[in-house]
Structure formats: structure tokens, C-alpha cells
Write a protein of this length. Structure first.
Length: 163
């Protein structure tokens, strides 16, 4: 059963709950577990004001709202943020079920974003290729600093922001 306390469910279920939560008069904070990529997983409370501020600041930094590609677990902080940015942008995210390239090709927004957590590249001999049609934004720098690798980018349409 999907829930926001603690956050659980499929991407579609969580997205629907986030839309209701964002529209509610005075919703309780989200309860979400961190992935533990920088240590022990923790459960954190995130208010609607905090989520809105984060999503809106992200869009402002990137130059405007856009369509997001979700290739992260939706019940953890990074995936949840991708879904909530989609709510704030008024767009439907593309959920990666197969290859990254196929998911990126399914995106239709004028602005296209993906949030990447570099942990999967640690210990991997290959980096995920980035198609030229979608801007690339990498978050979760703690893991990058430990393994010293970031995903490669190619194509003139890509930019990479880390932080």
C-alpha cells in the first residue's frame, strides 16, 4: 500500500500522493528514509515548505521547469525529489524501466532533466552514456568524492552540474 508516512509505493503511486499532498491545506511532513549512501540510513521528516523550496530552487538554478527522468528508487530522498519536481513543474516524469537511452528518448518536454546519484558508478568499469537530447545533472556528490568518478557525458546538448 502506497504511503507518504513513511514514503512507499511505486513511482506512479507516490506521484499521485505527492500531487494530493502539495494541493492539501496543511499537510503533515513526509517521512522518508535516506538510502544510506553516505553512512547509515536514516528516516527524515520533510515539510511541504522545504520540498517546495528545494524543487523551486532547483528549477531556478537550471533555468526553468522541465520534464524529469526518474531512474532512482522513488521512495528514497533523491527519487522522491525527482517526483516532487515533476509535481511543481506540472509535468509527468518518465520512469526508466529499461535502458537509460530508451527512457531518455521517451522524454517529450522542451526542457529535460535527469538527476543522477553517482554511487552506481563506484566499482563499475563503465559510465552511463548520456544521449545528446537531455541535459544531465548529477547530485549526491559524497559518493563521487569517495570513488573519484562521475558519469561521462557526450553530445553538445548535455551539461553537467555537480554539487
Amino acid at each position: 500500500m502506497a504511503s507518504l508516512r513513511p514514503v512507499s509505493g511505486t513511482a506512479a503511486e507516490i506521484l499521485a500522493l505527492l500531487r494530493e499532498w502539495d494541493a492539501a491545506d496543511d499537510p503533515a511532513p513526509l517521512s522518508v528514509e535516506t538510502s544510506g549512501s553516505t553512512g547509515t540510513p536514516k528516516r527524515v521528516l520533510l515539510s511541504r515548505a522545504a520540498m517546495r523550496t528545494s524543487a523551486d530552487a532547483t528549477h531556478a538554478r537550471l533555468g526553468g521547469v522541465g520534464q524529469w527522468l526518474l531512474n532512482l528508487p522513488p521512495a528514497y530522498v533523491a527519487g522522491l525529489q525527482v517526483l516532487f519536481r515533476s509535481v511543481r513543474a506540472g509535468t509527468d516524469p518518465v520512469v526508466q524501466d529499461g535502458s537509460f537511452e530508451d527512457a531518455a528518448a521517451a522524454m517529450t518536454g522542451a526542457r529535460r532533466y535527469v538527476s543522477l546519484v553517482p554511487t552506481p558508478w563506484c566499482g563499475s568499469s563503465t559510465a552511463m552514456p548520456c544521449p545528446a537530447s537531455t541535459p544531465c545533472w548529477s547530485v549526491g556528490h559524497g559518493s563521487t568524492r569517495r570513488c573519484g568518478r562521475v558519469p561521462s557525458t557526450r553530445g553538445s546538448g548535455w551539461s553537467r552540474r555537480t554539487g
